[in-house]
Design a protein around this ligand. Structure first.
Ligand code: ATP
Length: 634
């Protein structure tokens, strides 16, 4: 049998045409990718894998794509596997005929359940094998696991895992465990999968030849799929459309639509008004207050239903029934559907004042009843992405804003448009920044208005700049970091963690890189809370995808689960910390000076922590703006 990379989908069949795709085919492809460092070769492997599926069993393309992305549904569906380590250990013990104690010990030695299962295969191979695993079997079982709820759900989940393990051979058990833990991490990002899908479609295209203007079909198809996914991040819709009408039709068949949230457009930090004036001197721009609350994308469907999505594309509708009611009431009559981009902020309606983010955080997160709401919120609307059946993403902000202003009635304390000012005078901008801070805002977001001013989903764009309060003058912004280890406290802090080891995330290398150690900033109460929440996420060894120097030895290691906002006085180069290693200096990383913990960011996943690229950029900017203060720090 040929390996997936060598497979010619037309002449050689790894499995019979029309038969279900074996899970082994995908596992072998994962194995090959994990040994590859070249992105081009990785894309080729995934492309061949997908070509084979499209050729032989197109109905399996969607589960193959989902499993390759280590997902079982789009984030807005909220379907998560929800399996703890304990269930996997139990299932493993039963599947291998070993005791849980034995497996737990083995896990402590190896530090990775994937490696435990790999090493356990021999014991398991004595058992009689059930039918070989197929992609659909694995995918459907994963979805079943996610949907199990209620009293016996833990037991049921464990049994599903066990049945999969019992049927697994070769390298399948390893990838089953990795997928179940959402830790595939074989070194390729979603971008690679999307490119490969576009290329595979070109090879498999039966519907139509590329239009004559297409010069390089493979590259252009890859771009089309990536572009379409950025406005419609839903594999089911894209795969169905691709199989039905082909890749060249995708821009027509797959569009931004209410009900599927796009990644929010993000901004880049700057440290002074003059920086914005310089960057935008040739284009029109506008300044808006930067409100400190929760980003929300509010979707209003033609049938009158409302959905509210978080920055993370998670469904937040149940958390904000008052927001859903406010937008329905305050939209103008002529408006039949819309997608609104806004910040939801805690608000005191009597004093007509914005309240701090900490107040908003006290609101319950699930199944809120309007009658129980104690903290009122105001919607500060700053963008309109869709109106009456039309996507506005490609319009300039000036036009989007006109539509926004024309589509809603403002009502103080319920829905207000973000306060804005259009001027390119540095003094006026500085004054506006001060006013924003006086009005309890974090600073300004400065945006291009009529040129290069389209809405760029999921992009941290240079067309939106954030300028925070004066105290962030030097580095411009706080960082969002992941606690991956901790040091036991002493004295007053005995019994809780004294300091944490924090990491940023490198998207290309798919690894968490240590950046600093800190224990200051959190209150006693917050420290107790983190002790409790992280305590259950302890792991015996650092993950293979944690990059840290041997010198730093925390007392405990954690799974990467939380994101904490951290304020620092400045950035410094470091021989100990590994953040952005190779991006600024070949032999040194970047670290933070005087880091202080600000808050837990519930709206960010660990992979959305500050990126190494961003850390490197902030360091370079600091070096440029404050050369006199840069010094070597080992
Ligand atoms: P942070 O919120 O810590 O600054 P972030 O990574 O969540 O970081 P950024 O792009 O850095 O996002 O900052 C933009 C955020 O500011 C948006 O996500 C949004 O929640 C908030 N915001 C407040 N007011 C505005 C506004 N007028 N326009 C755009 N975003 C705004």
């Amino acid at each position: 049998k040929k390996k997936p990379s060598e497979f010619d989908p037309i002449t050689v069949a790894w499995w019979e045409k029309g038969e279900p795709v074996p899970f082994l085919f995908l596992s072998l492809a994962f194995d090959m990718i994990s040994e590859e460092s070249s992105r081009i070769t990785m894309t080729d492997i995934v492309c061949n894998l997908l070509r084979s599926v499209i050729y032989a069993t197109p109905e399996d393309l969607l589960p193959v794509v989902y499993l390759s992305a280590n997902r079982i549904a789009p984030p807005h569906e909220g379907l998560e596997l929800g399996i703890g380590k304990a269930s996997i250990i139990k299932a493993l013990a039963e599947a291998c005929g070993r005791t849980e104690k034995h497996i737990t010990q083995h896990y402590k030695d190896l530090g990775d359940l994937g490696l435990v299962v790999k090493a356990s295969r021999l014991a398991q191979s004595m058992l009689r094998k059930p039918a070989a695993l197929t992609i659909t079997k694995v995918f459907n079982t994963f979805r079943l696991i996610a949907k199990e709820s209620g009293k016996d759900s833990r037991e049921k989940k464990k049994n599903h895992i066990k049945s999969l393990l019992l049927a697994a051979t070769d390298c399948e058990p390893l990838y089953l465990i990795r997928l179940l833990q959402k830790e595939l991490r074989i070194g390729y990002a979603e971008k690679t999968l999307l490119s490969a899908l576009g290329q595979a479609a070109v090879y498999s295209e039966e519907h139509s030849k590329p239009p004559p203007e297409i010069q390089s079909p493979l590259e252009e198809a890859a771009e089309i799929v990536k572009q379409v996914y950025s406005v419609l991040p839903d594999y089911e819709k894209i795969v169905c459309a691709l199989l039905k009408d082909g890749v060249w039709q995708l821009p027509k068949t797959c569009n931004f639509t209410p009900g599927v949230p796009v990644g929010p457009m993000l901004s880049k930090p700057i440290t002074s008004v003059s920086e914005a004036v310089n960057k935008f001197k040739d284009v029109g721009f506008t300044c808006e207050y930067k409100y400190d609350g929760e980003r929300a994308q509010i979707h209003y469907m033609e049938n009158g239903s409302v959905e509210i999505y978080s920055r993370n594309a998670e469904r937040n509708t149940d958390k904000f029934p008052d927001v859903a009611a406010a937008v329905s009431r305050l939209k103008k009559r002529t408006v039949s559907s819309f997608v609104l981009d806004c910040e939801i902020v805690a608000y005191d309606r009597t004093k007509q004042k914005i309240l701090p983010l900490q107040v908003l955080s006290t609101r319950a997160r699930k199944n809120v009843a309007v009658s129980d709401i104690k903290v009122d919120v105001c919607i500060f609307a700053f963008d309109l992405l869709y109106l009456n059946g039309q996507a506005l993403l490609q319009e300039n902000l000036k036009i989007r804003r006109e539509h926004l202003y024309a589509s809603f009635e403002e009502e103080s304390g319920f829905l207000q448009f973000a306060t804005s000012m259009t001027s390119n005078n540095a003094e006026e901008m500085q004054k506006f920044l001060d006013e924003a801070v006086d009005a309890s805002c974090e600073g300004l977001i400065i945006k291009t208005l009529n040129k290069d001013a389209t809405y760029e989903p999921s992009q941290r764009s240079l067309n939106w700049l954030k300028l925070k309060k004066d105290y962030l003058k030097k580095i411009g912004d706080t960082l969002d970091l992941v606690p991956i280890g901790a040091f036991h406290g002493r004295g007053q802090r005995a019994g809780v963690y004294g300091a944490f080891l924090l990491a940023c995330y490198d998207n290309d290398k798919e690894e968490f890189q240590t950046i600093c150690k800190t224990g200051t900033g959190f209150s006693e109460e917050e420290l107790d809370e983190s002790f409790a929440s992280l305590g259950s996420k302890m792991i015996p060894k650092p993950k293979a995808y944690y990059r840290h120097a041997e010198k730093i030895k925390p007392d405990v290691w954690f799974e990467a689960t939380e994101v904490w906002e951290v304020k620092a006085s400045d950035l410094t180069n470091s021989r100990v910390y590994q953040a952005a290693m190779g991006l600024v200096y070949s032999d040194k990383g970047i670290s933070l000076r005087c880091p202080r913990l600000i808050r837990v960011r519930h709206d960010k996943a660990p992979e959305q922590a500050s990126s190494s690229e961003m850390v490197a950029e902030m360091y370079r900017a600091q070096k440029q703006n404050h050369p006199e203060q840069m010094e070597d720090n080992n």
